[in-house]
Write a protein that binds this ligand. Structure first.
Ligand code: GUN
Ligand code: ZN
Length: 438
């Protein structure tokens, strides 16, 4: 019955979003306790107090009532491997044996496009169930793993970033490309998927040890030739890995410098882990407007190390939180915040919940140079949002009832929450997940 204004939808609940980084700006967030989110044609039209905005709704628009719940921009997971879904929680003493024993054999099966399609669908269900509406995704060395992923994500209308892994040495034969072949496939995939619908392409060299210098050179050339594509790789995750890189690239000043020398540090380049960096590395990330993807559940699981939030902030680095599934042990960005908080404590610093929610929304959008598109309820952003339920479990209900501030409530959600907190997930203004319905 809403013919004249059928493209407008409205949602009532508490609204939380950011317009600045709370670590540096005092009033960085917007909070409307009794708020209204107005969506038109898949984009945010307005966000504000219900009392103010309600009257401006076109006649006939039904308001969906999410009373007692918090509406937030959807979470962004800036580093995750969809082919590793089935090997999450595989025991191994550290990164390099874990790659050999589990990761490479698991990724081999993505040669089969039907297998890739099945896993991609399950993976996307899981992301939406935990409130992640955008992810930066590693596929495998097989171009068909990328086609399967974007076919699945476009089928659901999701804003996703993904790319084919490039690896042409120190890899099993069944998981190796060649420098020329990998570059050619990457260029084909960029043409096929980058900015196709809501898909965005990420040039994806696995990490320096599994690429020859020729592959690194060609990858850098692609990064320059297609400056608005993304680039993702791993850096300084594990001490043994860092020693290996030193042997393979003796001319480089540091592990990160390997990527720098090949021209891979630029806006929209996202470096996973960034644990064993020095201040010069951190300054380069800041200077080049590249970003760090911080993966605390993975780093604790593999015993890789502790990300240094304080030094990263001192350098002014762009950064965001990420799961790194399958080395990460949860798809949930709330669980990721839980572990990030503890990592910060172990390094002697402190991460307020408000900062963690920023890092998982607007902070991530800024890291990816997608501000204005995702991560906020400012008008014009894509309507990717989630409904958080502070009473999702008996314990959460009991704890959040006693919270005296928004910070306390968000902290309880981060420390105690998981997929159960996500009552609903919306993408492009369409509901793509409702708790208890699959
Ligand atoms: N370094 C190179 N490949 C990988 C991977 O698949 N996972 C993690 N955590 N680190 C890597
Ligand atoms: Zn990873």
């Amino acid at each position: 019955m809403q013919t004249a204004h059928s493209s407008v939808q409205a949602y009532r609940g508490s609204l939380l979003y950011f317009h600045a980084d709370p670590a540096f700006i005092e009033h960085a967030h917007a909070w409307h306790e009794d708020g209204l989110l107005v969506v038109e044609d898949g984009k945010i039209k307005a966000a504000g107090d219900y009392a103010t905005l309600h009257a401006s709704l076109p006649q006939g628009v039904q308001v969906q009532d999410y009373g007692g719940k918090i509406l937030s921009p959807g979470f962004v997971d800036s580093h995750i491997h969809y082919p590793q879904t089935d090997m999450i929680a595989s025991p191994s003493p550290g990164l390099l044996p874990w790659l050999q024993e589990y990761t490479f054999p698991t990724e081999r099966s993505f040669e089969d496009p039907r297998h890739a399609a099945t896993v991609a669908e399950f993976f996307l269900d899981e992301l939406l169930r935990v409130g992640t509406t955008t992810a930066m995704v590693y596929c495998t060395v097989h171009p068909q793993s990328v086609d399967a992923f974007f076919t699945a994500s476009e089928g659901r209308g999701l804003r996703m970033i993904a790319g084919k892994v490039l690896q042409d040495r120190n890899s099993p034969d069944f998981l190796s490309d060649t420098a020329q072949g990998g570059a050619r496939d990457t260029e084909d995939l960029i043409r096929r998927w980058h900015n196709h619908g809501r898909s965005l392409y990420a040039i994806t060299p696995r990490f320096a040890p599994t690429s020859t210098e020729e592959q690194m050179q060609l990858t850098g050339e692609l990064a320059r030739a297609y400056p608005d594509t993304f680039l993702q790789t791993h850096v300084s995750e594990n001490e043994e890995e860092c020693r290996w890189v030193k042997q393979l690239y003796p001319q480089a000043r540091s592990y990160l410098d390997v990527y720098d020398r090949y021209g891979m540090m630029r806006p929209r380049s996202v470096f996973g882990h960034c644990i064993w960096l020095d201040q010069q590395d951190r300054a380069r990330i800041a200077e080049t407007k590249s970003a760090a993807a911080i993966c605390p559940t993975s780093n604790l699981f593999l015993g890789s190390g502790l990300f240094d939030f304080e030094q990263a902030d001192k350098a002014g680095m762009l950064m965001s939180l990420a799961t790194d599934v399958g080395a990460g042990t949860s798809f949930s960005m709330l669980q990721t915040m839980n572990e990030a908080y503890k990592v910060a404590r172990l390094k002697g610093s402190y991460l307020p919940a408000m900062r963690m929610f920023y890092l998982a929304t607007l902070g991530a959008a800024r890291s990816l140079h997608l501000e204005g598109t995702i991560g906020s309820f400012s008008a014009g952003n894509e309507a990717d949002f989630i409904v958080l339920d502070p009473q999702a479990t008996p314990l959460l209900a009991r704890r959040t009832r006693l919270c005296d501030s928004l910070e306390e409530t968000l902290f309880a959600l981060a420390l105690l929450g998981d997929d159960r907190v996500i009552a609903a997930t919306y993408s492009g203004g369409r509901r793509v997940h409702a708790r208890g319905q699959g």
